[in-house]
Write a protein that binds this ligand. Sequence first.
Ligand code: ZN
Length: 287
Amino acid sequence: MGGASGAGASFRVGRAQVFSFDVGDLELRLDEVFDPKADLSTYFGEKDLSSPEAFPTRSFYVSSGSRRVVVDPSDYARLVSPGHFRAPRGSAPPPTLEEQLAAAGAAPSSVTHVVVTHLHYDHYAGLTKGKAGAPELAFPSARCIVPAKDWSTPEMVGARERRDADVAETLGAVEGAGKLELSDGPLDLGDGVTVEPFPGESPGHQVVCLKSGGDSCYFVGDLYHLVEEVEHPELAASWADGPALLASRRAFAERAAAEGALVLPGHLPAGRIELKGGAPSWAEEKA
Ligand SMILES: [Zn+2]
């Protein structure tokens, strides 16, 4: 099915090639993700939800026909800069996405599309590179597709109006270059690559679907952060729209299981979803 190397984990999907790049671990506590007042013992037993855990963060690259697509470009240095996410103690910064793409033989200038599954910083911090105040597009020729409903949340509108650096130097630079495209519904990028809304984690959260030669693969962003969320689809982060997320997860699990699809979440290793008596379960895929 593929292999792991300095160039990330690779998977063949029909005639297409997919790479998953580990761009670095973030440190989070489960009581920061889920409402700490809720009874979470059904999901986590007696586990201490206040102890820090490492959450790997991933970016992806797809080569299908004439399409070269980056999904959720991240940038570890920006994510763990002061005032942002925490880095686990002692963790070494991984090679940058640019370096990992180069090791995989992918040239940033040949990328045709960048899709951001949702507008949380860990999924778009790598849209640009360069020094603070002087951002350069990381993928200069690419159309950058972001969810319209995330672009127009009050938080995002506020950040855009006050020229918040995280937004201005990434999404703002892409918009200024005329490369930003807002998606609000299914979108066909060609050569078997489509984008579809699966809301809940954010109002416009979207998933990238790749079909080639009878195989299918889904880049699902933060539809799931943890295996427990696959197996208990009602388990929702405190910032999510619970009912919308549950509907998205049910629809997605049914489709992914029926297709035997490879599923690539933003913070989990690759896997496949099986439905046993209607209950979803997760099987990790060996790269
Ligand atoms: Zn995320």
